[in-house]
Design a protein around this ligand. Sequence first.
Ligand SMILES: [Cu+2]
Length: 656
Amino acid sequence: MISNKLIVGLLFVVAMSITSCKPKGTTSVISGDAATKVYVPPGQYDEFYNFVSGGFSGQLSVYGIPSGRLLRVIPVFSSDPEKGWGFNEETKPMLNTSHGIVPWDDLHHVEMSQTNGEADGKWVFVNGNNTPRLARIDLKTFRTAEILELPNSGGNHSSPFGTENSEYIVASTRFSVPSDANPDVPISTYKENFKGHISFVSVDKETGEMKVAFQLKAPGVNFDLARAGKGKSHGWFFFSCYNTELANTLLEVNASQKDKDFILAINWKKAEEYIKEGKGTKQAVKYSHNKYDETTHTAKSEMETEVTVLDLANTEGIAYLIPCPKSPHGCDVDPTGEYIIGSGKLAALIPVFSFDKLQKAIAEKKFETEKFGGIPVIKYEAALYGEVQKPGLGPLHTEFDGKGNAYTSMFVSSEVVKWNIKDLKVLDRAPTYYSVGHLMIPGGNTKKPFGKYLVAYNKITKDRYLPTGPELAQSAQLYDISGDKMKLLLDFPTIGEPHYAQAIPAALIKDKQAKIFDINSNKHQYKTNGEEDAKVVREGNAVHVYMTSIRSHFVPDNIEGVKVGDEVFFHVTNLEQDWDVPHGFGIKGANNAELLIMPGETLTLKWIPDRVGIFPMYCTDFCSALHQEMSGYVRVSPKGSTLPITFNSSKKTAAK
Ligand SMILES: [Cu+2]
């Protein structure tokens, strides 16, 4: 026990000393032709869309590869005044949870939808760790289309990971917690009452709609990461977990006692059968399910009240534990589906497990004498293909180039290590500037990686750019991996923590982009069909403004009869039917944000005037040479005023 603590301590000392000194030769490792390899001339497009999680920013950002140019920030879990996300009435329900509106989350992982084990460019799934949620982003609109909260969870880190046809997106808990049905238990009863739930969320093939199909109740470990099997291992799922000590205090030391934790292997096809046979238990819970409707341009939040849970302690043939050295973090499956790579973050080697050997070990019952939490433990050697020796310090994540090579990030020794999957020999190593977390090769998690580029996402970055106060810019580093040796091409700064990312060839989604919303298909309940229909209607103390926007004016642009304390709803319909002519809407003193309304769309800003006066409103998104003229006034009178509602309507011709 003492020696283990010493090892942990030593690794921490190494980590500290490495993060405080910069690797030598930072300029010499940049190849001479790097600039031409990342240069995308004006008027040309990048080869890949790179979807990068924003970590604690709660957002997803989109970069072009190889240029590293930031193309877009997609708001997901965090409200975003730039787009009005979480501020306008239509998107507020998207941030609803069983705790009410939670306008922030901690977004770590990105998973693109797949068909036959390759990214199909339909959706991107992301996780919210903090208030456990999954989100689905539509790649036609680059907008968040759905957010699903997860019951029985705390810290949704091990997610979202998908199967090869996106049959399921799986989410498992980092913090084991008591079941939502019986949560008030002493923390000292951790070992009996705290459980690690794994949610299997099904995805509708056509609409993408998510549904918690079932949950698996596992022992109270901390789930870290996961990957679905593919090819021959399709139907299986592999989860890394730490804290098999089941400690609930000072995890830094207490969860690092054992030499080996586990990878949990799940036969999910078998689990499906058990669920069909009714072997799960229905449990009353409460979690929100939020969907954005593209025809009404409005989100709805519903509360779900039930989940089916299958206890792994009472099942046979579904769950097996594979011992994995020292607090496994990454758990990655190679493109063939045969090799499962565990990365013990405190281990000095990388174990590679074989799916065939795992199956054989199960068939021949090569188990340890003691089960863990009722789950059989396979003998380490029985599932092991081999170990990569001396790969570096602190292995975290592995991606693949599709040419038989694996690339593993080394957090402590700050490098990317390339090794051969068959003979497990280290082939190359490239320094990263400073501690690296996830890696990304476009398609590197799929059956068909595009092994041309690798991006290293740095967890602790120092002095890659001009200093910016106490907090420095986050960094991603692009490498050329087309040859035998990795070549550093580019640093580019990112938003929040660039935790994980996936990329897809631009050609697969570029031409599928929505350009406008068809005004005739707009089913928003407060849509205004044309300027002649613009109006202002008082209903008690609610004032509904049916407003239109078109270059370069609003109708109406002058409104009187509004009183202090009224609830004023500006329902603005953007009548434009041209690509990229959004209009914005902002009004003085509104304590939310602007609206940003796409062509053909209707959005609503709620405003409660707090004082008497004249309030200017204006378009916030530059729309034409006369954009500055796109403005108007609202007159607000005292509470008891009897001034009737009046507004000017231009009665011009309706939009087509
Ligand atoms: Cu405008």
